[in-house]
Ligand binder design. Structure first.
Ligand code: NDP
Length: 453
């Protein structure tokens, strides 16, 4: 029997596993290679462990807020080692499930580094084996970007989001570089767990690309919780002094911390993957260039998820995997719709957003109406917490369609998932208005906004 597989998937993350499973379910012979752990970034060192740690961090506020409701929580103490151990247990469980599901579908998972040798051959590095493949799917995801030692002397003393999930001790003081998803999420999480947090961002306001109203509000909420945000500067160098990291900023200020986290973006994981030799075109960031269906310029080589560097979110990678199998194994060419994808920043407070922000809407719509609500959440009236909730609807005048929703505050992510359906369905502002409020809730404000701002 030939060694040839119908599909060789490189990378057992969200996109690769979904594609591998679905392809194997058609009866195809599928091999999936993973060099680290089944589950990929999302499961092993991304979304899932992050969210578990975000839950942990939010108890601190709950304990504080409880006092106004008559509770006293005198001995609330946090133990990092317990959190990490329990998180690791859950991640190991999920990792096992990923492997089991692949096996259950009939795909073979090999724990090895795979390199593309030519358009129809993959080389397994540890096994020193060549595997002939009819189709190759690149699903290697992304990896944290860091400057070179020349660009940032002392860069070897900083960690990335890969390492932070496995620190033996919680850093008492941390400096975080960046103003995007990962920087904000870790800043809020570690602050909630009790760390002294300084965020250093090169621009003049965090979360570039998010709605202009949300950004300063999020900064203010973070500052109110004790996070120091230093804007308009970057690291000049990092020095290790004993166990301390001394971070010198371009402004001349030196920050002292136990750990330094660089969260300054991720890059597609295509290094030394053999794609260039196989003739696969990459963009200037190393992303695999694909057409609407995920096919590269080499007809037998396809790619899904973050390695294509389009919209780097787990559910999108999963959709890519499904679309790939539809296209290649069911002969139903399927392109993933990347519009109106809901997303959240799991800070405290949380941000949820779907559709266009006001700036983009003004660019692409003929006329835009804006509705905003900013209010003190009911719980804060008794807890005494100084916090605001913010909601914004962006409405296209001509069609009355709600083309963007932006929320800051508790449960923003949960609300945004549902709002995503409405935006996708092209719901009009009149539909929101016709909906009776659910009282008392924060979300009722979404159907009660009547005054254009
Ligand atoms: P982001 O692209 O969100 O943020 C990167 C940040 O680093 C930006 O603030 C950027 O600044 C800054 N930056 C980039 N280059 C430099 C530099 N040379 N010096 C200083 N600062 C720099 O990336 P993340 O790493 O936070 O996350 C990667 C991706 O992973 C996200 O874009 C998202 O797609 C995904 N993700 C999604 C999450 C979720 O859904 N909740 C959670 C975590 C990650 P500037 O804005 O000025 O360019």
């Amino acid at each position: 029997m030939s060694d040839e597989v119908d599909l060789f998937v490189i990378g057992a993350g969200s996109g690769g596993v979904r594609a591998g499973r679905l392809a194997a379910a058609t009866g195809a012979k599928v091999m999936v290679a993973e060099e680290y752990r089944a589950g990929g970034t999302c499961v092993i060192r991304g979304c899932v462990p992050k969210k578990l740690m975000v839950y942990a961090s939010r108890f601190a506020e709950e304990f504080e807020d409880a006092a106004g409701f008559g509770w006293s929580v005198p001995d609330a103490r946090f133990d990092w080692a317990t959190l990490i151990a329990n998180k690791d247990k859950e991640i190991a469980r999920l990792e096992g499930l990923y492997a089991k599901n692949l096996a259950g579908a009939g795909a073979e998972l090999v724990m090895d580094r795979a390199i593309v040798k030519d358009p129809h051959t993959v080389h397994l590095v540890k096994a020193k084996r060549d595997i002939p493949a009819r189709t190759i799917l690149v699903a290697t995801g992304g990896t944290p970007w860091a400057p070179t030692p020349k660009e940032l002397p002392g860069v070897e003393h900083v960690i990335s989001s890969n390492e932070i999930f496995h620190l033996k001790e919680m850093p008492r003081r941390i400096v975080i570089a960046g103003g995007g998803y990962i920087a904000i999420e870790f800043a809020c999480m570690l602050r909630g767990l009790g760390a002294e947090v300084t965020l250093v961002y090169r621009g003049d306001g965090i979360l570039r690309g998010f709605d202009q109203d949300l950004r300063p509000l999020m900064s203010a909420e973070m500052a109110a919780r004790g996070i120091r945000i230093v804007l308009n500067t970057v690291f000049e160098r990092v020095d290790l002094k004993g166990t301390e990291r001394h971070v010198r900023l371009k402004t001349g200020e030196t920050l002292i911390a136990d750990e330094v986290l660089m969260a300054v973006g991720r890059v597609p994981a295509t290094k030394d993957l053999g794609l260039g030799a196989a003739g696969v075109a990459l963009d200037k960031n190393g992303a695999v260039m694909v057409d609407d269906y995920g096919c590269t310029n080499v007809p037998s080589i396809w790619a899904v998820g973050d390695v294509t560097d389009r919209l780097n979110l787990t559910p999108v990678a999963i959709r890519d995997g499904v679309a790939f199998v539809e296209t290649v194994f069911h002969d139903r060419p399927t392109a993933v719709d990347r519009m109106q994808v809901p997303t959240a920043v799991f800070g405290t407070p949380e941000i949820g957003t779907v559709g266009l922000n006001e700036e983009d809407a003004r660019r692409v719509c003929e006329g835009v109406d804006i509705y905003k609500a900013e209010f003190r959440p009911m719980k804060a009236t008794m807890s005494g917490r100084q916090t605001k909730m913010f909601m914004k609807l962006v409405v296209e005048q001509r069609t009355d369609r709600v083309v963007g929703c932006h929320i800051l505050g508790e449960s923003a992510a949960e609300m945004t998932q549902i709002l995503g359906i409405l935006v996708k369905m092209k719901a009009r502002k009149a539909d929101f208005d016709a909906t009776v409020a659910l009282h008392p809730s924060a979300a009722e404000e979404l159907v009660l906004m009547r005054t254009k701002s």
